[in-house]
Design a protein around this ligand. Structure first.
Ligand code: HEM
Length: 537
């Protein structure tokens, strides 16, 4: 399942405003909602004074090139790459290959679509720093169409312009600073206890009493339970042996949308007029959204009715994020449903894949694991960690950063330019779809020496890498449209990894092969990760 990935990675590949839209992978296939033709771009050398978004290159008198002159793979070779060589599951590798072959800025075509890919840290920085107040990631037409059809609101992922800005301003105040989410420590720790317990129960079922098969399945349940404990202020029971029916149905809806990654893709890609002859993708798309919205609505309504009861009885109303939103009415009810739905969606696979990679890397590097364990023991002893402890655990933070550098769950991100830009010497007209190639910049030796190596200590402050504006690795994006759930995800990952390392030595099971990454919307383990959890004495 990889909904967020299909949205953030692939949505930019839907051509805006076209009735025959095509969905393309962000990193290697390149489409455009360019509002000017390439010819006019070529014929209109920009001047810095006319175009506030332009870099100093024009002013310095260097020749600005048009998109026509930009290198990149041809449409036919892209077709072959993706449809005959299973390129859809290797988007991250193709991104790297193309940046090595064509340079750090290149264009690709797929039919009428054109996307400009940027695989250079400084150019990515230039683009993101020049963003206006309401950046756009890509085309969200199919999401919006569903919402219009059902009279639903958009949430942060699907909204644009002022509508997006208003909701973002509300949520930014509530969950974007580490100290805001520190308040959720106890709730998340409650879920971590259940995770540890579940590890113990699962390994007991195996003959060696140690192995947990397909660790991502467990982390998926943990991530869902963890994020729901914050978003809905309730427990879903995902880590119980019998998952409650309602939570099971939600997981089913999520599976429908993603197991059918294709469903999401085709729903957006198949033109409306073809739906009568090819109804299934759109129907499945709508039906999975129905399930996701229904689930959120049940939990939001339940909280609302609890609050009303308390008010009627004259009791004080206390609570977290959802309570705040319902009481202050900074968002209307439909907006709350939509944002809870989209945040739950965005917060599960992303976190669980990262945890799966982190534990796999730890198991493969016992010396690193031991160093991190010693740091934890020195700082906490056996004490349960709290959010406030994390600043004292730089290696735990480095572990998460390094995992996301090696396996950025979103290997690429999209932006539609909102102004004419000159990037890397090329004139990029307003409305061009850009693909920011995070995977390539993360693996670039210039940004990270010995880039293939797993070295959480490279993030220790002494090396000055640990900066929010290190554009070589920005797994949560950057700036005003960056991941709104970043602090929640970090809290869930820091607390769970710390406790797992306090309790267990993690080893790779001999039943695990060499696990390689594949793109399935998100960058996910290409095969099952099976790990042994050995008690620490
Ligand atoms: C390891 C975990 C996660 C990673 C790596 C991640 C990464 C990202 C990235 C790269 C973006 C796009 C940013 C941009 O366009 O600049 C994004 C957006 C978003 N993420 Fe996350 N995410 C994670 C977890 C979460 C969680 C736990 C939540 C919710 C609680 C969440 C909610 C969102 C939302 C709502 C957006 C859209 C924000 C907007 O458009 O304003 N994410 N995420």
């Amino acid at each position: 399942m990889a909904l967020l990935g299909s949205v953030l990675n692939a949505a930019p590949l839907l051509r805006a405003g076209s009735s025959s839209r095509l969905l393309l992978p962000v990193s290697a296939l390149h489409g455009s909602s360019t509002s000017r033709s390439l010819d006019s771009a070529a014929a209109a050398p920009a001047s810095a004074s006319e175009h506030p978004g332009l870099s100093g290159e024009v002013a310095e008198g260097r020749q600005v090139k048009s998109l026509r002159e930009m290198p990149g793979p041809g449409a036919i070779s892209n077709l072959i790459e993706f449809f005959y060589r299973d390129g859809f599951s290797r988007i991250h590798e193709i991104q790297l290959e193309h940046s090595q072959k064509y340079g750090k800025i290149f264009k690709s075509r797929f039919g009428p679509q054109l996307v400009v890919s940027i695989a250079d840290r400084d150019l990515v920085a230039q683009v993101l720093r020049a963003e206006g107040p309401t950046p756009q990631r890509g085309n969200m037409e199919s999401w919006k169409e569903y919402r219009d059809l059902r009279g639903r609101s958009t949430g942060l992922i699907s909204a644009e312009s002022d509508e997006w800005l208003d909701m973002r301003s509300v949520l930014r105040q509530l969950i974007m600073r580490p100290r805001d989410v520190a308040a959720f420590s106890d709730d998340v720790n409650g879920v971590v206890f259940d995770l540890v317990d579940k590890v113990r129960r699962l390994r007991c079922q195996q003959p060696d009493g140690l192995t947990v098969f397909n660790i991502n399945d467990l982390f998926f349940k943990y991530a869902m339970e963890g994020v729901a404990s914050i978003l809905y202020e309730t427990r879903l029971g995902c880590l119980e042996d019998e998952i409650p029916k309602m939570s099971q149905e939600y997981i089913g809806a999520l599976h429908l949308m993603f197991s059918s990654f294709k469903t999401t893709m085709y729903a957006g890609a198949i033109p409306k007029w073809m739906r009568p002859v090819l109804p299934k993708p759109w129907e499945e798309f709508c039906s999975s959204w129905d399930g996701l919205f229904r689930f959120s609505q049940i939990h939001v309504d339940k909280r609302l009715s609890d609050i009303k009861k308390k008010v009627e009885q004259g009791e004080e109303v206390k609570g977290g994020l959802l309570t705040h939103l319902l009481v202050t009415k900074e968002m209307n009810l439909e907006e709350i449903y939509a944002n809870m739905t989209e945040m739950l969606l965005a917060g599960v696979d992303t976190t669980s894949f990262t945890l799966s990679w982190a534990t796999y890397l730890l198991a493969k590097h016992p010396t690193v694991q031991q160093e991190i364990y010693e740091e934890i023991t020195q700082v906490l002893g056996g004490r349960v960690p709290h959010a406030d402890d994390i600043s004292q655990l730089p290696l735990i933070r480095g572990l998460v950063k390094e995992t996301l550098r090696l396996f950025p769950v979103l290997p690429g991100n999209g932006r539609v330019t909102q102004d004419d830009l000159i990037v890397g010497g090329y004139f990029i007209p307003k409305g061009t779809q850009l693909a920011l190639c995070h995977y390539s910049t993360s693996m670039d030796e210039e940004n990270f020496p010995s880039a293939e190596e797993f070295r959480p200590d490279r993030w220790l402050r002494k090396d000055a890498l640990d900066r929010v504006d290190n554009f070589g690795s920005i797994p949560f994006g950057y700036g005003i449209r960056s991941c709104v759930g970043r602090r929640i995800a970090e809290l869930e990952m820091h607390l769970s990894l710390t406790q797992l390392l306090q309790k267990f030595r993690i080893e790779v099971s001999p039943l695990t092969g060499d696990v390689r990454a594949k793109t399935h919307g998100l960058l996910c383990p290409g095969s099952s990760i099976n790990l042994k959890f050995v008690d620490r004495v």
